[in-house]
Ligand binder design. Sequence first.
Ligand SMILES: Cc1cc2nc3c(=O)[nH]c(=O)nc-3n(C[C@H](O)[C@H](O)[C@H](O)COP(=O)(O)O)c2cc1C
Length: 173
Amino acid sequence: MEFKEVIRKRRSVRKFKDKSIPEKEIKEIIEIGHMAPSAGNLQARDFIVVSDEDEKKKLSENAYGQKFIAEVPWVVVVCANKKRSESKYGDRGRNLYSIQDATAAVENMLLAIVDKGYASVWVGAFNEEEVSKQLKIPKDVRPVAIIPIGYPAKSPKKPSKMNYEEITHYERW
Ligand SMILES: Cc1cc2nc3c(=O)[nH]c(=O)nc-3n(C[C@H](O)[C@H](O)[C@H](O)COP(=O)(O)O)c2cc1C
């Protein structure tokens, strides 16, 4: 697929087919995610791949009942590694760059998912403490996005977006 087509085609999908995806595809999606830039090339991001049915169900509960999380074959939890970025950049690394490193990877992943004919939605609404406890995430690492990966069951309509003029400022705000 052409680059622009992938960008245009990406939609937040919340309904999935009951159809499996080979594990090697998930590995490739994460590798593409990890090609994203990172502050000082510290790559302050980690990925947790979840496919166990009970764990997916628990994740869905910890994401305030977003059911579709339990209905896909794979879920990847993208984490910001605060410690890795703090080692060089102090507070800015810990509180900002690590989040940016992780979320840059998320967008790459979302596009790779579309390019492969699958679908996803960026899930940011979840109980961070409970997800950390569930997945045994260390203290200095923060889960920032839950990425369910499956085959789309329907393609949502394009949501309205603000106009270019409303969000772009020239020379000053
Ligand atoms: C930081 C962030 C958190 C989000 N959290 C959720 C979420 O918890 N659940 C959900 O269904 N969608 C979530 N979304 C998806 C947005 O609702 C979606 O991107 C937006 O409505 C625009 O639609 P589009 O992605 O199809 O362009 C999130 C998106 C972002 C960037």
